[in-house]
Design a protein around this ligand. Sequence first.
Ligand SMILES: C[S@@+](CC[C@H](N)C(=O)[O-])C[C@H]1O[C@@H](n2cnc3c(N)ncnc32)[C@H](O)[C@@H]1O
Length: 295
Amino acid sequence: MHQNKNQNQLHVPVLLDDVVACLSPQKGDSYLDLTAGYGGHASAIISHTQNPDAATLVDRDENAIQELRTVFKSGTRIINDDFLTASQLLVDESQKFDMILADLGVSSPHLNLAERGFMFSESGPLDMRMDQRQLLTAEVIVNTYSTDAITDILKRYGEEPKAARIAQAIAAARPLTTTAELAALVAKIWPGYSRTHPATRTFQALRIAVNDELGLLERSLPLWIDLLAPGGRIAVISFHSLEDRVVKRFLADRAGERYDADLRLLTKRPISAGPTELVSNPRARSAKLRAAVKK
Ligand SMILES: C[S@@+](CC[C@H](N)C(=O)[O-])C[C@H]1O[C@@H](n2cnc3c(N)ncnc32)[C@H](O)[C@@H]1O
């Protein structure tokens, strides 16, 4: 399998200064990174805590895990699993952390390696799995799900106005095997010029469905608060409105008027990237950071 040796250098952590400001790392603090990726945020946080042995790094992607294992050699714990399973394990172990970070979604290597199947500018297999051990791929969805089920995925996770037409075209074109075939099929339904590729919504929807992104997030958030020590800080970065809505509602509820509110918001409004970061890291364009502290 082709693998870019410098793929870690291709992932620039987003909103790094803001994440550090929100998490406010203190010497000796413990840290849980639920989406450690290529370790950009983790390295910065651990350089403040100077306590790599009290850091736990999670990622569901084997390539990211290999990279984390070469960068973090000492007592740092590294878990190759989805963050729901990892969080449940840590809760069962009664672990508590001073800082928790979830930088959701895909990494630049996912988006830049055609073979991972997230990309439509260069053709690759219809894969889109973050965890390559998983059986469900985008190819399985487009070639075996009913037209109604595909329509629902495109509407719900892509907010695609022509969901039904695209789903019918997919069913008529089976079998589809490459990202280029799928992108071309959607482009025929959306002819004409637009700033973003017309298949962007379809690809986002399939990616969310393949990786159960919203389901895992909704079920994990309560566990993350259980894992915070009193006074502990949590920061979550989301990259699309569906994800941000889940995070916003959850934090607002737990920090709200209820008698058992156990959080205080550190960000009344989400933090977004400024113009300087946007020039050097276009992936930061849709990033929104929300943070809270446990009472
Ligand atoms: C935006 S990148 C994180 C980059 C990281 N903060 C850094 O500085 O390098 C997101 C990472 O989270 C992982 N990921 C996404 N959803 C996950 C989940 N549900 N469980 C575990 N890892 C997940 C992806 O595999 C990817 O490596």
